[in-house]
Write a protein of this length. Structure first.
Length: 176
């Protein structure tokens, strides 16, 4: 008898020998569940956030309170996904923290724990705002790219900044 899982086996997109708590910058893309366009609308280069998009933005910008080793860089919310650049700083490079502050006792910092916290916290906020319960808001996984050079960083920043202008030609953009 063949036993199959309720979920198809997924190939990991992560580098098998990379320590994702290692200091350095990362580019990430996080998509909504079923790529539903519910975070924002795009008009030219301007992005108008929905209530859900506003909650996602608020959650993203609060992440350094939870992860003191985290530095946020470029960030944009699109209708059905989020692009961001973040950096995990190494030992001795973290911003100074008062010894008894909540930030001094923060949980360990790794890319999966950061993205997991963002998705979990924002899903709870969004479901409350939309008066629904227990429904997924984000896709199970996310795309990440380890930024390896200054040129790589500039290209990722430019990509994020120009993303609204490219929305109308995006394959995920619903056509009327």
């Amino acid at each position: 008898m063949l036993i199959t899982s309720a979920h198809p086996t997924r190939k990991s997109l992560r580098l098998p020998n990379h320590d994702y708590s290692q200091a350095g910058p990362y580019f990430v893309t996080i998509c909504t569940h079923n790529k539903l366009c519910c975070l924002a609308t795009v008009r030219g280069e301007h992005v108008d956030l929905s209530i859900a998009g506003g909650a996602a933005r608020e959650t993203w910008h609060a992440l350094p309170e939870r992860f003191p080793q985290l530095i946020l860089d470029e960030f944009i919310i699109m209708p059905n996904h989020v692009h961001a650049i973040l950096a995990i700083v190494g030992a001795g490079l973290a911003p100074p923290v008062a010894p008894n502050s909540a930030r001094a006792h923060a949980i360990s910092c790794s890319l999966p724990s950061i993205i997991g916290a963002f998705k979990s916290i924002s899903t709870v906020k969004i479901n409350r705002l939309l008066k629904r319960s227990g429904l997924p808001f984000w896709q199970r996984s996310y795309y990440e790219h380890i930024i390896r050079s200054g040129d790589d960083m500039k290209n990722a920043q430019r990509y994020i900044q120009e993303n609204p202008l490219k929305w109308s030609s995006d394959p995920e953009h619903p056509k009327p």
